[in-house]
Design a protein around this ligand. Structure first.
Ligand SMILES: C[S@@+](CC[C@H](N)C(=O)[O-])C[C@H]1O[C@@H](n2cnc3c(N)ncnc32)[C@H](O)[C@@H]1O
Length: 197
């Protein structure tokens, strides 16, 4: 699959309201992977149609991705897209709730893009699959500006969810196990949290 074909798939997903990563958030994630040549094993939480997984796998041919998806239709679509792209030998889609997934693998990068209110639980669950130097990446830490400006919505569940994101973000910034780079201005707010102990 060419980069143009992959970009077209991303556009189609956005038009169909599949919540794939925003372009500049994705570029910043791919840049990070490019700059860190030792990143080879990636775990992704939240596959959707496989767009970010395929983009990450295409950075270098030695990259493998395990990606977890709870929705059977999404997982099936992702499998089809990944197979059509010729990437099925390097991207494995697992149909599962991320919190039920158990593995002994140690990953170089863990991209957390599933249920926003569960970020802290995901981090603790997959901490055992990291080592010093592993980077956890969290997207949507601004959630369309609502995390910092709750008055932008009157929807009760959105307010509750964005309050959870805010408390997670505040916690992460000072959590001693990680060195955190947070970019509010990129995509929907993205953090790179490198494990330091
Ligand atoms: C924002 S989308 C992922 C987008 C994808 N990473 C991309 O940019 O191409 C979030 C996905 O996480 C899935 N999801 C939500 N809760 C989950 C859970 N507990 N375990 C696994 N997947 C989950 C949703 O079904 C949805 O497809």
């Amino acid at each position: 699959m060419t980069e143009e074909e992959l970009e077209k798939l991303g556009e189609e997903a956005r038009q169909n309201h599949v919540p794939v990563m925003m372009e500049d958030g994705l570029s910043s994630l791919l840049d990070y992977i490019r700059r860190h040549e030792k990143i080879r094993k990636i775990l992704e939480l939240g596959t959707a149609v496989g767009y970010s997984a395929m983009n990450m796998a295409m950075v270098r041919p030695d990259i493998t991705v395990d990606t977890l998806e709870i929705d059977p239709q999404m997982a099936a679509q992702a499998e089809a897209n990944i197979t059509a792209a010729g990437l099925a030998d390097r991207i494995r889609v697992h149909l599962t709730d991320a919190m039920d997934y158990q593995t002994d693998e140690i990953y170089d990068l863990i991209f957390v893009d599933a249920a926003k209110s569960q970020y802290r639980r995901y981090l603790e669950h997959f901490f055992a699959n990291s080592r010093k130097g592993t980077v956890f990446v969290f997207d949507n830490l601004c959630f369309h500006g609502i995390v910092d400006h709750p008055e932008l919505t009157h929807n009760r569940s959105t307010r509750q969810m964005t309050a959870k994101i805010r408390s997670f973000r505040n916690w992460l910034m000072v959590e001693p196990r990680f060195a955190v780079e947070y970019h509010a201005e990129i995509g929907d707010g993205i953090a790179f949290a490198r494990r330091v102990r």
